[in-house]
Design a protein around this ligand. Structure first.
Ligand SMILES: CC(C)(COP(=O)(O)OP(=O)(O)OC[C@H]1O[C@@H](n2cnc3c(N)ncnc32)[C@H](O)[C@@H]1OP(=O)(O)O)[C@@H](O)C(=O)NCCC(=O)NCCS
Length: 384
């Protein structure tokens, strides 16, 4: 191919990398399905455990299958003692997502047969990571607050147990529903940046842990999984609801990005954001905490202004990350844990994609277009 014919797709925009039966995103119409099930239905009727099973095994579980899967997750909630030591050895400056990444890497050392790359052994690893990551994130959160670790519950659901281990309080019915909803909505989303890097790592036939570590690392940035933390920081900087419009207008005039808005694939309202937004509006009527009330009002006013300014004109709609922050805050989750909490949920999406890709693996090896000079004369260092 001559240089003139090279087409560069920056950010791989518009490039398909694989066939999948995991997830379909209709970006033009703002629709999303996991394994063919509309996200609205799963959000309303399902549980994280059921969705995790659906993503990993390809079908909704029968009662007995769900029972076994749930028990399996519960039995894997504990983490080795050395994970606590690793967490204690990090200073407060290290972002929790980076600590999580290190702990997941360390978990691989406890795999007794890394040479076993069978589907069963890999599924086992995915289940272990899904079960253990919330424990690790809760431990990181507790340690940063100077509080003792809490052992996992053997009876609470996957997501409620996470909140319990983090806050020390068993969530009430409403918080339990909300955290489970957030886990369901974050579980999977096609070949987004972190899933893609999981696949790139996996395509070299590196192991599940290495691939998940790549996913966790990629999730961290504010253009991806870090957006909800950045969006909440913006809401906090806005401070008072009456400052919302001026703050956003100034930010847009200064060509700043409003975190939690825009998406590479959705050019309509992100259906996950719609679900969370509706929840947020009803939550607003119930909350009695003035701090949460302020955050919710800022989020709602910002959404309204952005819709007038950017959504209808430029197709930049809110994504799920815009509304997560105020709700996580209401549940007692500190903002620096938002991204690792996202990772706890997305680990099933990452591993399900990885297993699907491995069925027909091909090493990722794209090309880059060289634009430098060639055959430059080498000048010895003394003469440069
Ligand atoms: C997600 C994101 C990276 C996708 O971007 P993309 O497909 O690469 O689109 P681009 O960066 O090319 O942006 C296209 C245009 O929209 C604008 N835009 C995109 N997101 C914007 C945002 N959040 N706020 C303001 N303007 C935005 C860009 O400035 C650009 O404008 P221009 O054409 O005048 O230069 C981008 O929307 C973004 O940075 N959003 C904020 C981070 C975020 O919420 N990430 C979570 C995604 S789930």
């Amino acid at each position: 191919m001559t240089d003139e014919n090279i087409i560069i797709s920056k950010g791989l925009e518009g490039i398909y990398i694989a066939d999948t039966t995991l997830c379909k995103i209709d970006g033009a119409n703002g629709k999303l399905w996991y394994r063919g099930y509309p996200i609205e239905v799963l959000a309303d009727k399902s549980s994280y455990e059921e969705v995790a099973f659906l993503l990993l095994y390809g079908h909704l579980p029968k009662k007995e299958e769900l029972k076994v899967f749930t028990q399996r997750l519960i039995s894997e909630r504990d983490v080795p003692d050395s994970i606590a030591d690793i967490i204690r050895n990090f200073t407060g400056r290290t972002h929790p997502n980076d600590i999580l990444r290190t702990c997941v890497s360390a978990i691989s050392a406890f795999d007794t047969d890394m040479a076993d790359r069978s589907s069963d052994a890999n599924m086992d690893r995915a289940i272990k990571l899904t079960a253990k990551m919330p424990t690790i994130v809760a431990m990181i959160g507790r340690y940063r607050q100077g509080k003792p670790f809490i052992n996992p519950s053997r009876t609470l659901s996957h997501s409620s147990n996470f909140l319990y281990m983090l806050t020390g309080v068993e969530p009430d019915k409403e918080s339990a529903k909300l955290i489970d909803l957030m886990f369901i909505l974050h579980a999977e989303h096609g070949s987004n940046a972190s899933t893609f890097s999981t696949l790139v790592t996996g395509s070299t036939l590196a192991d599940v842990y290495a691939a998940v570590v790549a996913g966790i690392s990629t999730l961290r940035g504010p253009l991806h999984g870090g957006a909800d933390e950045a969006a909440l920081n913006m809401m906090r900087a806005i401070g008072e609801p009456d400052n919302t419009e001026t703050y956003i207008e100034d930010a847009l005039a200064g060509k700043q990005r409003i975190m939690g808005f825009g998406h590479r694939v959705y050019k309509a309202y992100d259906p996950r954001a719609k679900i969370v937004y509706n929840y947020l509006k009803s939550f607003m009527q119930k909350t009695t905490d003035p701090k949460i009330e302020k955050l919710l009002e800022i989020a709602i006013r910002a959404e309204k202004l952005m819709e007038e300014k950017l959504s209808k004109t430029k197709g930049i709609w809110p994504n799920i990350d815009f509304f997560s922050g105020p709700l996580y805050t209401a549940m007692g989750i500190p903002s620096e844990l938002f991204t690792p909490v996202f990772a706890c949920s997305r680990v099933v999406g990452w591993t399900a994609h990885l297993f699907e890709y491995w069925e027909n693996n091909r090493l990722f090896r794209p090309l880059d277009h060289y634009t430098g000079q060639l055959d430059i004369k080498y000048v010895p260092i003394e003469q440069r």
